[in-house]
Write a protein of this length. Structure first.
Length: 274
């Protein structure tokens, strides 16, 4: 895969030389090319922004440098067209499914906006994807590009040492991943679950699936609604729901008993009134 990144801060992308993404580049699996947008400016000040039409705070990135940059990058390989990605809070939410989709592309170009964003005419002309990595605002698109590229790169063939790792990740099957453990067997009084030490692979698989369901239901119930569930999965969820109801009933009863006891104590401690 080839990935071009256009930014006014090329050094921001240096972490792409590290870890899995860096090794993927060393092997030739991934070809990352970083470009300074200011190289396509035409004035002495290398201006990339201007005041917004209609007024308002901040500055907007001008269309001319972006169009020149994207045109030259796209023309560098006339045999194909890149998929152009713009990280922006206004984009569609990024997900593991989206990462898998992008990992199938031979060529990606990331446009890292700054200030109040890139002139919308550039987006309309060039962008194939506008992607948001969360409901918050960053200073620019570089961090989001790092996130997206790492999520995509680890899915490329040969990047992970064990290809099964990607299949077991959170969100790979629509659920969060089960808890994980390593040595020592006992740490600060907490012991690794016996099933994980049993050597029974089928039991381990059932335990992990049940734990993934429990964790997802507790933390991301929205994912459970869209996950593909078996009859065994539904049985686990029903058991968890029953446990939650029982816990709530027990807690409610304890609270009522405590209130009642407190009321009796207040009555005994109140002075007689004349």
């Amino acid at each position: 895969m080839r990935a071009d990144v256009v930014t006014i801060f090329p050094t921001y992308l240096e972490p792409l030389r590290l870890s899995l993404v860096g090794r993927a580049q060393e092997r030739g699996t991934l070809d990352v090319r970083t470009h300074d947008l200011r190289a396509w400016t035409s004035d002495v000040h290398r201006t990339v922004d201007d005041a917004p039409y209609g007024g308002g705070p901040g500055m907007v990135m001008r269309p001319e440098p972006w169009d020149a940059a994207l045109s030259e990058i796209a023309e560098s390989d006339p045999t194909r067209r890149p998929r152009v990605v713009v990280p922006t809070p206004a984009g569609r939410p990024f997900s593991q499914r989206h990462a898998e989709e992008l990992a199938r592309e031979p060529w990606l170009v990331f446009c890292c906006g700054r200030y109040e964003g890139i002139d919308s005419r550039v987006i309309d002309t060039w962008a194939d994807d506008e992607i948001s990595i969360g409901d918050y605002v960053l200073a620019g698109g570089e961090v989001a590009t790092l996130v997206i590229l790492e999520a995509v790169a680890r899915l490329l063939p040969g990047v992970l040492g064990n290809s099964a790792s990607a299949a077991d990740d959170s969100f790979s099957d629509g659920l969060l991943e089960a808890p994980v453990y390593t040595r020592p067997q006992v740490w600060r009084g907490a012991e690794v679950p016996a099933v994980l030490r049993s050597g029974d692979h089928a039991a381990v698989a059932r335990w992990r699936r049940a734990q993934a369901l429990r964790r997802t239901l507790a933390r991301r119930p929205d994912l459970v609604e869209h996950a593909e569930l078996s009859d065994a999965d539904r049985a686990v969820l029903e058991a968890v729901a029953a446990e939650v109801q029982q816990h709530a009933a027990t807690a409610s009863g304890a609270a009522l008993a405590a209130d009642s006891a407190a009321g009796r104590g207040s009555a005994r401690d109140s002075p007689d009134r004349l």
